[in-house]
Design a protein around this ligand. Structure first.
Ligand code: SF4
Length: 280
């Protein structure tokens, strides 16, 4: 047999084999009898109910997403049986305005990202913080009377290995007491001439120590949360910082007009990144 004849024969066998295969194995692709226009006839739509059921909800509400992110997108949550089952972009950026009547534009839509779309996992996640807790080492330091932190004591109370420590659950009343005692102890330690010596011995630059002006409360750096993560998180912390002037009166015995509060730091002072209009 010459080459041409061989090719004819083998291609004929291959074509016959394919025809048999298609006939037997791919019969499901052949037109159903009596169906001339498949787009007008759809035999089984029951599965669509499962799909719709997955997205069924009893109610919905809008909220501001703020998982430690600057953007604060307004999202919509869908609730079923009392549980938020999913969140979606709300496409209403153009409807958001400020008190002066200035409104955003459609160009801001859609607002939201995959992190916001999975926010429900955080809300119902096992690691959600549901009450106050204090780091065990810090609590021990407080219970021991806030001793000055030598290198050994920093290690003992895990100030140099916080990530390896555990947390102690506490009620709100005790938490506030511990926080107040901690602020008082730090303000006392760094106030006056003695406080100045401690700061210098800890390696702070003389210019920084001078800026404290003898008030231990000025060593506090308090920061509001990311832009309006919560009114308490942002403005509450700034007010708390200013309120340290009351503590200064108590600790140094100065007149109210001579008292000094803490330092207000914005979140951008801390990070130095993320332009306000950026999208993560
Ligand atoms: S960008 Fe994402 S994570 Fe940040 S607020 Fe918007 S939806 Fe939430």
């Amino acid at each position: 047999m010459d080459r041409r004849g061989f090719l004819k024969l083998t291609s004929g066998v291959a074509a016959a084999g394919t025809a048999v295969y298609v006939e037997r194995k791919m019969a499901f692709l052949q037109a159903a009898p009596g169906i001339t226009q498949p787009l007008q006839y759809y035999p089984n739509r029951g599965w669509e109910r499962i799909y719709r059921d997955q997205y069924k909800y009893d109610s919905s509400f809008t909220f501001v997403c703020a998982p430690n992110c600057t953007h604060n997108c307004r999202l919509r949550a869908f609730v079923r049986n009392g549980v938020v089952i999913r969140t979606e972009q709300n496409y209403d950026g153009q409807a958001v305005g400020d008190l002066d009547g200035k409104f955003s534009t459609n160009a801001w839509n859609p607002r939201g990202c995959n992190k916001g779309a999975t926010l429900t996992r955080r809300v119902y996640g096992p690691y959600r913080l549901k009450g106050p807790m204090i780091r065990a080492g810090w609590k021990k330091w407080a219970d021991d009377g806030f001793p000055g932190l030598t290198p050994e004591l920093r290690t003992k109370y895990k100030f140099d290995s916080r990530g390896t420590d555990t947390f102690v659950k506490m009620n709100w009343d005790d938490t506030f007491k511990y926080a107040a005692r901690g602020l008082q102890a730090v303000a006392k330690r760094y106030s006056g001439e003695e406080g100045k010596k401690v700061l210098l011995s800890e390696g702070y630059q003389p210019e920084m120590v001078d800026a404290v002006e003898g008030a231990g409360t000025r060593t506090f750096k308090l920061r509001g949360g990311m832009g309006l993560l919560g009114v308490m998180g942002k403005y509450g912390m700034y007010r708390n910082s200013n309120m340290m002037a009351l503590l200064d009166v108590h600790v140094r015995g100065v007149k109210p007009e001579d008292s000094k509060g803490g330092r207000n730091w914005s979140n951008y002072t801390w990070h130095g990144d993320q332009a306000p209009a950026s999208r993560l």
